[in-house]
Ligand binder design. Structure first.
Ligand code: ADP
Ligand code: MG
Length: 451
């Protein structure tokens, strides 16, 4: 029997024995590379699948293989990256990425201010959902440090916080060249600078770096909360700037009172300025954003296609831009006119948008299947290590995919909202550092969408 044919028969058996979701996740992209002297060499797409099959399905698999070939004695698993089935997909993804890099033009981040010139007040489309935030931002530029201090803006992901707060910095630079010095920093960077300063006994340099500015812009402040030294230093920086009438601008994914770990004294300081939120963009705003992007790129799309995109992606402008990029990429690559039907298909394929069809139960079920831990255990009271991670991932995915509120997630997990916030933050930060966790989450997402 041919290797390929033999492997298909083996997989057919295997599929009957393990759950469909598990099968699809772990074995779908596998192949039989070779068999020699009783050893079967099996190719798998990544390390994680290799580990998982070795630990969980090895025996099962060997048993089945023996039914087909009694000479089989042992199995060897090999990671093969160039699986022809996935290679083309990967190439495409890479091409898309370089396309996106290309169209984001050659905006260079200014090392002095750390600002990206791409974000301007002019390119920020205004509508009812964000007009207060926009008005606040514009008036700050006119009365730096005097009117609204601090300026605190919050919203869900992809709704324009980073764009708006950087735009203030850029406007200051453009209106008063050389006079006022803005500086933008993410709260992660701020934290790591402080840790570095302490470790290397260079705190004085760090203090100078952040206090020697006229406009300090700190993005995603929710990540600072709870880190004592950082918060302490931030508080002192805040006071030093505030007392010198320097402008402070802060963004967060939630209002100050909902950052549980934030010290009370900081929270009340924030209350002394202007706090505004950005809501979901209205239909007209979404259309205008698409049109303005097209204009900037010197590209064009049919009005029906523009309306289709605006109708389908409502809650995240970054996602809206992502889909638009995919469509433009397709247009360029194939050299065809984008019809409504083609656009529909591209939107459909865009994995993120599948979120609409997913239920919370599906998410919990996928995590439970992935870890082989019952739903009751995940939602139960146990604090054992092996249930904590799955539970945190459930919280993370409920928020990330369904945009559930923290109190609601807390309710789902039988806990309060601060636990939900903590779980979300934990995973959200870990993903960037821990590639094995990241891979697990990618696989869980696959399982969610496959069902
Ligand atoms: P957040 O920081 O809230 O997650 P971003 O500021 O990164 O969101 O915005 C995501 C993307 O959407 C960026 O590319 C940004 O330029 C764009 N964007 C957001 N709001 C607007 C708007 N009102 N007008 C134009 N583009 C916007
Ligand atoms: Mg941001």
């Amino acid at each position: 029997m041919e290797l390929e044919q033999l492997w298909q028969s083996i997989l057919g058996e295997m599929e009957v024995q393990i759950s469909r979701a598990n099968f699809a996740t772990w074995l779908k992209n596998s192949r039989l590379i070779d068999k020699k002297d009783g050893t079967f060499y099996i190719g798998l797409p990544n390390n994680f699948a290799k580990e998982w099959i070795e630990n969980k399905y090895q025996k099962n698999l060997l048993g089945i293989i023996r039914n087909f070939d009694s000479s089989a004695k042992n199995l060897k698993f090999v990671v093969v990256s160039s699986n022809p089935k996935t290679a083309t997909k990967k190439d495409l993804a890479q091409d898309l990425m370089s396309f996106e890099n290309r169209i984001s033009l050659d905006f260079k981040i200014d090392p002095e201010t750390n600002l990206n010139p791409r974000y301007t007040l002019d390119s920020f489309i205004v509508g009812p959902s964000n007009e207060l935030a926009y008005a606040g931002a514009s008036s700050i530029v006119k009365e730096l440090g005097l009117k609204y201090n601090p300026f605190f803006v919050y919203s869900g992901v992809g709704l324009g916080k980073t764009h708006l707060i950087q735009a203030i910095g850029n406007a200051v630079g453009a209106q008063y060249p050389g006079k006022f010095r803005p500086r933008y920093v993410s709260s992660e960077k701020f934290t790591s600078d402080i840790v570095w300063g302490i470790r290397n006994k260079r705190m004085e340099d760090i203090k100078k770096k952040y206090r020697d500015v006229d406009v300090l812009i700190i993005d995603d402040i929710q990540f600072i909360g709870g880190k004592e030294k950082t918060e302490e230093e931030f508080f002192h920086t805040f006071n030093a700037l505030y007392e010198g009438n320097k402008q402070i601008i802060i963004s967060s994914d939630r209002p100050p009172q909902a950052i549980p770990t934030l010290e009370e004294r900081l929270r009340s300081r924030f209350g002394g300025g202007l706090i505004v939120d950005i809501g979901y963009p209205e239909y007209e705003v979404r259309v205008a954003i698409i049109k303005s992007k097209l204009q900037g790129l010197n590209r064009d799309l049919n009005q029906v296609v523009i309306e289709l995109i605006a109708n389908r992606i409502k809650k995240n402008i970054r996602e809206l831009e992502g889909v638009l990029n995919k469509i433009l990429f397709y247009q360029e690559r194939k050299g065809v006119d984008i019809t409504e039907k083609i656009a529909q298909e591209i939107i459909e394929k865009s994995a993120q948008n599948l979120s609409r069809r997913v239920s919370d139960a599906q998410i919990i079920k996928a995590v439970s299947e992935f870890y082989n831990i019952s739903t009751e255990n995940i939602l139960g009271r146990s604090r054992k290590k092996q249930v904590v991670e799955p539970r945190q991932i459930v919280a993370f995915l409920l928020r990330d995919i369904l945009e559930m509120s923290y109190p609601y997630i807390g309710e789902k997990l039988g806990r309060d909202h601060t636990t939900a916030i903590h779980a979300y933050d934990k995973i959200n930060q870990e993903i960037n550092k821990n590639s094995s966790l990241n891979q697990k989450i990618i696989l869980i997402r696959d399982m969610i969408y496959k069902d």
